[in-house]
Write a protein that binds this ligand. Structure first.
Ligand code: FDA
Length: 302
């Protein structure tokens, strides 16, 4: 990332919200369920699966958490009615994790129960280090009863290999990703190559244990390393999937799909798009150019 882009990233909180919304538009399916469903239909048409995420996090009151549960119920109905190849991803701080862990657990249970009635699946996204223990505890608590939950492990976390070892492998479904939150070095590996190395180690451990893995990356190096591992361990195509974010590297998405890998796109939608969009922009190597173009209203030629 260029020096100028890094400068733009650090000053993103000062960029007007409307401008952030404009630049981050490719990352978000829209504000409504209907818009999100339309995007999933297009992705399914391209041969990709989807996971739908209702945007929102860190709620401090029960009402928005319960409203989110209702929205997820509507999502499962829509997925079923439209015959979509999609599951859902949930953020536990949207479901009240920071209010009361038992309240959050009950909300996750309601979503898991609804998913089960449709034969569907629920991914528990992983948020920052203050949520790791509670997210894994809720997963370990509910998965034996519902059997349709999956977790996310972050390759930058020093604890991840131990978390894999503690995971009952039978029926487990884990998304492995680098990790997006800004964590201190005491809990997270910091070097770019160190995180890559830990990603590959974690993936290898998961595959060796027979866990179904969602390989979530747009890093071509990691996609290549993952394919080498899958080949060496002779992992069947139905025991893993690649996962990518909406709006990031559609070309790599096409390459992986054309090579016959299953691939799922993370499709976030909703009115609470700001924090998610800022995280995505922070990772975009061309953020400076995009923000400058949006600021000056300049469109790319062609
Ligand atoms: P890296 O960031 O090095 O990106 C590799 C290349 O991809 C870049 O060089 C660039 O070309 C392109 N790229 C990446 N991000 C881009 C962007 N925003 N805009 C344009 N180009 C971009 N994290 C977490 O902590 N908890 C979670 O639950 C999840 N869930 C999740 C689901 C899915 C499906 C994905 C793909 C990712 C996540 N993540 C996540 C985010 C993840 O931890 C990580 O931050 C991003 O995937 C970026 O890491 P990469 O492996 O893509 O490498």
């Amino acid at each position: 990332m260029s020096l100028f882009s890094r400068l733009v990233v650090t000053t993103l909180p000062l960029v007007p919200k409307a401008l952030v919304g404009r630049v981050a538009r490719p990352y978000v399916a829209g504000e409504t369920l209907e818009q999100a469903i339309g995007v999933v239909e297009d992705l399914n048409g391209e041969g990709a699966m989807a996971t739908l995420d209702l945007l929102g996090e860190e709620v401090r009151e029960r009402e928005p958490a319960l409203a989110a549960v209702e929205e997820y119920v509507r999502l499962f109905e829509a997925i079923e009615d439209r015959g979509l190849d999609a599951n859902v991803s949930i953020k536990l701080t949207l479901l009240g994790l920071k209010i009361d862990q038992d309240f959050c657990r009950d909300n996750v249970a309601m979503i898991a129960d609804c998913a089960r009635s449709y034969g569907n699946f629920v991914r528990l996204d992983m948020e920052d280090r203050t949520c790791t223990d509670a997210t894994l505890a809720i997963y370990h608590d509910l998965q034996p009863e519902y059997g349709n939950l999956g977790v996310v492990l972050q390759a930058y976390m020093r604890r991840t290999l131990a978390d894999i070892a503690a995971l009952p492998a039978e029926g487990a479904n884990v998304r492995i990703c680098k990790g997006i939150y800004i964590e201190p070095r005491t809990v997270a590996w910091k070097g770019f190559d160190t995180v890559r190395a830990n990603f590959v180690r974690a993936l290898e451990k998961l595959l060796e244990r027979g866990v179904y893995v969602g390989i979530a990356t747009h890093d071509e190096y990691l996609a290549c390393a993952a394919i080498a591992l899958l080949d060496r361990l002779e992992v069947p195509r139905d025991r893993y999937e690649f996962q990518m974010l909406l709006g990031v590297d559609n070309e790599l998405r096409r390459i992986l799909l054309d090579a016959g890998h299953r691939l799922r796109v993370y499709v976030p939608y909703g009115r609470d798009w700001y924090l998610y969009s800022v995280r995505r922009l922070r990772e975009n190597p061309e953020v400076a150019a995009h923000v400058a173009r949006a600021f000056f209203g300049i469109r790319k030629a062609g």
